[in-house]
Design a protein around this ligand. Structure first.
Ligand SMILES: Nc1ncnc2c1ncn2[C@@H]1O[C@H](COP(=O)(O)OP(=O)(O)OP(=O)(O)O)[C@@H](O)[C@H]1O
Ligand SMILES: [Mg+2]
Length: 263
């Protein structure tokens, strides 16, 4: 599979974060590059995996520009320090406007996306249909199940159309059919634009690897407090990216085992 890694889209340099002098994140360094496949529009899907409590959500908040690190920098598109609003953010707990109907929430998001001008309504209806939300559009969030709220939350951010989509544990709480739908929707989004970049924070290693082209492993080095990026795995180079039904292949299982060894 021919591909090249081109310009840097996001770069984290020497990122540190502590609470009450206890290091949570320590010297985090990584970069996400534009993956280019000749003749194809191909975005990026990157996963950040690590054990529960290791600091994934904290790193997620820094990447989203919602918190600032104690030191170090996170830059996007080689221009500026990331700030709140630069990325579409889907939280681990799906915050929605409780006083707006699902339709109002989605319309508000669609209106922010210039590419959808004039097509907001049809786009919302098509997505809602695809996501089994069509009959819930006039409801308020408290009238939805957890899984329905999650899908609304994902849709809301998709509709906004930012280049970066950041998702915290997007696969939790989904039944198996919905999981497939969410995966294929995310993959669809990832190839919608050359620069579209999905960053998935997850402890569901299997699913994260199955949809990613690059995996970063967040963990602690023996005897040192604070999580850091212990390993980067290029799944394209291993022939594990951009393929359906990869989960049963030996190379996939081996990679899952290898990653577990770093956690
Ligand atoms: N406001 C805070 N004050 C002090 N410690 C905090 C604060 N927020 C988070 N922490 C600590 O930071 C560490 C990392 O938490 P984080 O939520 O990032 O974990 P996580 O990897 O996302 O876990 P999970 O997979 O369970 O979601 C935890 O030990 C947590 O107790
Ligand atoms: Mg978390």
């Amino acid at each position: 599979m021919t591909y090249t890694k081109e310009e840097i889209l996001l770069q984290a340099l020497h990122v540190q974060l502590s609470y009450d002098k206890r290091p949570v994140l320590r010297d985090i360094n990584f970069e996400i590059r534009n993956v280019v496949r000749p003749g194809m529009e191909q975005g990026q899907v990157v996963s950040l995996v690590g054990r529960s409590g290791i600091g994934k959500t904290q790193l997620f908040r820094l990447l989203a520009g919602l918190n600032t690190p104690d030191s170090g920098t996170i830059t996007i598109q080689q221009q500026h320090q990331v700030k709140a609003g630069d990325m579409g953010v889907i939280f681990q707990h799906y915050y929605l406007f409780e006083w707006r109907t699902i339709f109002q929430t989605l319309m508000l998001a669609a209106k922010k996306n210039k590419q959808l001008a004039g097509k907001e309504m049809e786009t919302i209806l098509a997505y809602a249909d695809n996501f089994s939300l069509a009959e819930h559009l006039q409801k308020y969030p408290q009238q939805l199940s957890g899984g329905q709220r999650q899908r609304v939350s994902i849709l809301q951010q998709l509709l906004k159309g930012s280049d970066f989509l950041l998702l915290d544990e997007p696969f939790s709480g989904l039944d198996i059919l919905m999981l497939d739908k969410v995966i294929s929707l995310l993959l669809q989004v990832s190839v919608s634009d050359e620069l579209k970049t999905l960053i998935i924070v997850s402890h569901d290693i299997d699913t994260a690897i199955a949809i990613s082209d690059t995996v970063f492993i967040l963990g602690e080095e023996p005897g040192i407090k604070g999580a850091t990026i212990k390993k980067e795995i290029d799944l394209v180079a291993r022939g594990l990216a951009w393929q359906k039904d990869i989960r049963h292949e030996k190379a996939f299982r081996d990679t899952v085992e290898e990653i577990k060894g770093y956690l």
